[in-house]
Design a protein around this ligand. Structure first.
Ligand code: MN
Ligand code: MN
Length: 467
């Protein structure tokens, strides 16, 4: 038997004075099952919504099932009432009215539901050497070489000449065909291998294999392209001109799956930032009688800098809060000044294989809970809203009280790169804001990895925040 040693003075002092985020799997292994159960719904949500529009539909479906009604300006709402407002089918705000007046501020959880992908160009279809292809323009920060030889599905909408909206989804149902970008075989890649990794596949090489069988007719100039158009027309009633009235996104066809022998992780496309969208949504749905009015926000266009009227640079949130303030007869600026926002976004999990881009003391780790990111930005915090000590204290206080496992992390080591979130666009409104989300491995890749325990504790963080 091992002898139980009495704790030395130094050991006691060490325990009292030092702190490191604990590993949930060591400290609370019994939570594995809760996390596992929670992530079943999460994986279904990921498979259901691979574009911002599909995501809005999936969220709307869940809101309606939980008794939310579309926001009506001027209607009298009471504490506990639940409403939502959709912005152009691509962004959404959900609210549960709190018991406190708006002048005490609201609680905002803001995630984004767009993810990096390959968008079809406005005129995508072409034929070359008896093959039909579609041209793409990548959306968001991707490492282009990762997108070759990955099965892709085609998702989107086409607005036809008569205004009818046609939805396209090919590659998701069992038996559906998929699409792909080809890459060179190693035998012939010696020159390509000399390229810098960023140019492993170039933007204009991200061409989608679309078909290879011609429409047999001597008079037709591009019969393989025509065959592709005919098949699209047969199924959707669209013609080549309709592509100019379309938004079509090529996304990985892969479904969400468990990763690892222990099934401790989820692997899927688009976890940045649908992991925060789902965890915030679940917390919002369960907020029955919150003290502060909740604003759970699902934004578009984050991956391209939040521009556009469905992104956070639009005044959509500002107007919405203005409506609520008008209806309560208060000045919205007073509401802004007292509100608190969790900008719900992912951070880069420490990757032992690429340890040199991380500061081990200031990185987030898989299985240590949700990650609080005080600031993002690059080159001297440039472009970051940098949460104040007071804001950090408020949020840490909320999480500690609810026994949420949390950690803090920077996005990589100093001057290794950087990034941004929607935080600064909320902070611009004079709202206390900090980033909180899930550590992700292989962020922005066609297949991203997150820990189920981290997903679960991010949900618990939003739940504590919104309740
Ligand atoms: Mn993100
Ligand atoms: Mn991102």
């Amino acid at each position: 038997m091992e002898e139980k040693k009495e704790k030395s003075e130094g050991k006691k002092l060490e325990e009292a004075l030092t702190w490191k985020a604990p590993h949930i799997g060591k400290e609370a292994p019994e939570q594995r099952q809760e996390a596992e159960d929670f992530c079943q719904g999460y994986k279904a949500f990921l498979d259901e919504g691979k574009t911002e529009r599909e995501c809005v539909e999936g969220i709307t479906k869940r809101l309606l099932a939980s008794g939310y009604t579309p926001f009506i300006y001027g209607k009298k709402y009471n504490p506990g009432d639940k409403i939502f407002l959709v912005n152009r089918g691509k962004a959404l705000i959900a609210t549960t009215f709190g018991t406190k007046p708006l002048t005490e501020g609201v609680r905002i959880a803001g995630a984004h539901i767009d993810s990096p992908r390959l968008d079809l160009k406005p005129s995508p279809l072409y034929e070359k050497q008896d093959m039909a292809y579609m041209k793409t323009h990548y959306y968001g920060g991707i490492r282009k070489y990762q997108w070759g030889t990955v099965p892709l599905a085609m998702h989107g909408v086409v607005v036809k000449k008569d205004g009818e909206i046609c939805r396209i989804c090919i590659g998701e149902n069992p038996g559906d065909p998929v699409f792909c970008v080809t890459d060179l075989l190693p035998h012939l890649a010696s020159r390509q291998n000399e390229r810098k990794l960023a140019e492993g596949l170039k933007g204009e090489e991200l061409n989608i294999v679309t078909g290879s069988i011609p429409y047999v007719d001597d008079q037709v100039k591009e019969p393989v392209k025509l065959m592709a158009l005919k098949l699209l027309h047969d199924r959707f009633g669209i013609t080549e001109a309709d592509f100019y009235r379309a938004e079509i996104e090529m996304v990985p066809a892969q479904k969400a799956v468990d990763v690892g022998l222990d099934r401790s992780m989820v692997g899927a496309y688009g976890q940045d930032d649908r992991v925060c969208a789902y965890t915030a949504l679940m917390a919002e749905l369960e907020a029955d009688s919150p003290a502060y009015t909740t604003i759970t926000l699902f934004a578009d266009k984050e991956e391209t800098g939040s521009q556009g009227n469905t992104g956070m640079c639009s005044d959509f949130l500002e107007h919405y809060m203005g409506y609520l303030a008008d209806m309560e007869g208060v000045d919205v600026r007073q509401v802004f000044a007292r509100s608190l926002c969790l900008s719900a976004d992912v951070n880069a999990a420490y990757d032992p294989t690429f340890s040199d881009v991380f500061d081990p003391n200031n990185s987030c780790y898989i299985n240590k809970g949700c990650v609080l990111t005080k600031y993002t930005g690059s080159r001297g915090k440039s472009g970051s809203s940098d949460a104040s000590a007071e804001t950090m204290a408020k949020v840490i206080g909320i999480m500690d009280k609810a026994k949420v496992y949390w950690q803090a992390g920077e996005l990589g080591a100093v001057d290794q790169g950087g990034g941004g979130t929607i935080a600064k666009f909320v902070a611009r409104l004079n709202i206390d804001t900090v980033d909180l989300g899930v550590p992700i491995l292989s962020m922005h890749a066609p297949f991203e990895v997150a820990s189920k325990l981290d997903v679960y504790h991010t949900y618990r963080a939003f739940k504590a925040f919104l309740d």
